[in-house]
Design a protein around this ligand. Structure first.
Ligand code: C6P
Length: 409
């Protein structure tokens, strides 16, 4: 695993990683749940609160100007990061879940009619499933889904038959948080677009891990969460193609999203302000921009290659553990590995790992229908980011093997 970047130096920018847990060096393999934050992001937050903090847009004083400039600069940074054509195509949200809910409420209110259908996949996270269930119920529409094959990929042979004239929107996960599957997003969008279907990509596990270019993907919407890519919690973004955002009515009502208000009614600003009622998470946006700058300085292709090398190493090493079964395809996949270990419940395994300072995650990972499809109630998941090391993976394999022997009947 040799390349031009000194990954040990990069890792040193993440202060949280330098600590002991249960008397062992922390090994943090729960990055798909949330990533750790590099010092430049933490410092950007401190600087914002120590020097610039004020409410945005409404103020005419210096600090308000600085905060407004920083907030809008962050929007431009996110637009660049996603390859969006205009900063106005970026709506700041709390994260992926809120982005899906925004579209599932507002877009659906305008476009979803009785008898219509929304297409999702059987590997979607609950955040990209439940809001659509609610949306179709409100509209009198129906939900359909693309099945998943035994190897954990989307059944693409079934797709064309599912892209019927009733389907108005196709929402799908870019990288599955449960299986690791990397879906062919550009191809899926192309096939949906050929039928005039609006597309929504859940990029919670892809943004910050692989290069993302929404125009190359050809999607109408793309959602991600900052906290999974080095930024603070509580901030994320929804990309919406300008022509689509402009057709959508407002979401939440309140300050900042209006032009003129009388006691009877209001007129509304253009996107993105139309969808950002109230005081936004200014510090979060500043932190998100700092995270994007950090990732772009490394280069997203280099981050993706590092993630991939770690994942390949893990897949190879895990083969040595008897009774361990990895879910999902060999490739292409994101930087996480979900597995079952014969005779050991994932919760027991994760608890055992914790006593060795190893942070894993066990459960259904908010994908209950998917795990039901594979006949397991839960899996154990190790998820990596560029600051992890092959040595940590080797240590994980030792710990898992120790657990296997510990729990052996
Ligand atoms: N997955 C995990 O896998 P929020 O909570 O809004 O930041 O992200 C929701 C979400 C949506 N889509 C996918 C594919 C996701 O992986 C997630 C979050 C976390 O551990 C929590 S279940």
């Amino acid at each position: 695993m040799s390349d031009a970047i000194d990954w040990a130096r990069v890792r040193a920018a993440f202060p949280i990683l330098d600590q002991q847990v249960s008397g062992w060096p922390l090994i943090y393999f729960d990055n798909a749940a949330t990533s750790q934050k590099p010092r430049p992001v933490i410092e950007a937050l401190v600087r914002h609160y120590e020097r610039d903090n004020a409410n945005v847009h409404r103020g005419l004083h210096e600090l308000s100007r600085r905060s407004t400039d920083a907030y809008e600069a962050a929007r431009a940074t996110v637009a660049r990061f996603l390859g969006a054509a205009h900063p106005e195509e970026i709506v700041f949200t709390r994260g992926t879940t809120e982005s899906v809910n925004l579209v599932a409420q507002v877009w659906a209110e305008r476009f979803l009619k009785p008898g219509d259908a929304v297409l999702v996949t059987a590997m979607d996270h609950h955040s990209n499933l439940v809001p659509w269930q609610l949306a179709v119920r409100r509209a009198g529409a129906v939900l359909k889904w693309v099945p998943v094959t035994d190897t954990g990929t989307l059944d693409l042979d079934a797709l064309d038959a599912l892209l019927t004239p009733e389907v108005r929107l196709f929402a799908f996960v870019h990288i599955s948080n449960s299986l690791g599957t990397l879906n062919p997003a550009a191809d899926l969008c192309r096939r949906a677009r050929a039928h005039g279907i609006t597309t929504f990509v859940d990029g919670a596990q892809s943004a910050g891990h692989i290069p993302v270019d929404v125009r190359a993907l050809g999607c109408d919407f793309f959602a991600f969460s900052g906290h999974k890519m080095g930024a603070p919690t509580g901030i994320g973004a929804l990309y919406g193609r300008r022509e689509v955002l402009e057709t959508m009515p407002p979401w939440q009502g309140g300050g900042e999203m209006i032009h003129r208000v009388t006691l009877e009614e209001s007129t509304f600003k253009a996107p993105p302000a139309r969808f950002e009622a109230g005081t936004p998470n200014v510090a979060g946006a500043v932190g998100l921009a700092a995270a994007v700058d950090f990732l772009e300085a490394l280069g997203l292709p280099a981050v993706a290659a590092r993630d991939d090398a770690l994942t390949r190493h893990a897949l190879e090493r895990l083969e040595s553990i008897p009774g361990l079964r990895v879910l999902g395809p060999a490739a292409p996949r994101g930087s996480l590995v979900s597995f079952s270990l014969d005779g050991v419940h994932p919760h027991d395994l994760v608890t055992f790992a914790d006593t060795r300072g190893l942070a894993l995650r066990g459960g259904h990972h908010c994908t209950q229908p998917l795990l039901r499809r594979f006949g397991v109630p839960a899996t154990t998941r190790a998820s990596f980011y560029f600051y992890n090391t092959p040595e940590e993976i080797d240590r994980m394999v030792e710990i898992l093997d120790e657990a296997r022997r510990f729990f052996a009947p």
